[in-house]
Design a binder for this molecule. Sequence first.
Ligand SMILES: *Cc1c(COP(=O)(O)O)cnc(C)c1O
Ligand code: SF4
Length: 447
Amino acid sequence: MTKKQDVEFHLPSLEHRQFRDDEFWKEIPGWENIDRETFADAKWQLKSSIRKVEQVEKVLGDKVSKELMDDIRAGQHITPMNIRITPYVFSLIDWDNPIDDPLRKQFLPLGSQFLPDHPYDMGDSLAEDVDSPVPEIVHRYPDKVLFLPITICPVYCSYCTRSRLIGGSTEAIPKDTYGASKAKWEPVFEYLKKHKAIEDVVISGGDAFMLTPEHILHIGRSLLAIPNIRRIRYATKGIAIFPQKILTDDAWYEAIRTVHQEGKAMGKQVVIHTHFSSPIEITRWSQLAMERLFSDGIIVRNQAVLQAGVNDDVETMVLLTRKLGWINVQPYYVYMFDMVPGCEHFRTTLREGIEIEKAVRGTTSGFNTPTFVCDLPGGGGKRHVASYEYYDEENGISVWTAPNVKPGEVFTYFDPIHKLSVEAQKRWGDEKLRKLMVEEAIKKAGF
Ligand SMILES: *Cc1c(COP(=O)(O)O)cnc(C)c1O
Ligand code: SF4
């Protein structure tokens, strides 16, 4: 073997170091007179968020066609999620080509894009309600829990995994959305105190950006005071879709900073988990927000969702990964889609997930490389995409186990039917055949 003296690495580009810093919102007719200072104001962002179809039409004026508006209206009859979009995200959408825009796809669904739900979709696909010992807690793993103190967010993703709860009822589904309520949290803290095996709490929902500074402090300090709790994560999509809050909502920022400082003094970790899915979401604003968090020593990790037409190609996923790394956000997970209603058009096959993971690995630092996981329907928890027991690719059926979460149980995950062969699609159309195929796959897996 010859020794190479100087290896020429294949670096496609340094695009991941480019951050948009123009006044892009001025291209939206309704905001053409908004100056940078106003745009940076968290209160203005919240107040000016788009929450109704009529507002889309109003701010865009003649930049939006009648056909597109009709399609958006049609989407509102089907989507499980209400509309809520910050001006920041709304103006990052390429309104000259909204149909293909990854941000438009995520936050403003079109009626024409929806596909029939998969027959095995479920509102609570991850069986979180079953694993909930007290309200607002999901306790599935031995030493960590999910705490859901709020069910509203600054932006609603049309593919939300908790669409059964988050963001208020829509035409398609009624929901038990709830706001933050301190009284409900005492039993949560009691539970965590009593169960000494628990060390790690994910404060999710919902979105921690919608908790008041007082709530942030109250939750943070109550958790830090529990001796067995060593790690706290505040989960917020905020840094991705509303970085202005980190920059100009000083009361909220100060609350997070305080909990982090107090945790540090006690030898405990307080971090933020965020949710960027597209490199388009990462601008100079994200970079500034991260500079503030980084200077205070607050670690931020990212959980993305693998979405068709948003990030399901190698180039985009590598760009997302490296761009996050550049601004000191640690790419943590990329999720396969959960099998919840209203998402079929977004889902990819497991094989696609595995192939993209293979291509991303090796492109940057290992600690900045996300783990691609499938959160198993039925509550098996998160598993590495390539760790299935058996995969019938022809029929899109994968079989899994979760030895430490649900020992002895067998789980299945299904590829989107529209991506299968015509013959397989026909088989899925037959209810009896469908059941047989799943049974067969489980048998082939050895169970
Ligand atoms: C995802 C999740 C967690 C956190 O899991 P990590 O793999 O540590 O990020 C905790 N509890 C539940 C129920 C979860 O779904
Ligand atoms: S930010 Fe999270 S909880 Fe909120 S709508 Fe999006 S996916 Fe759902």
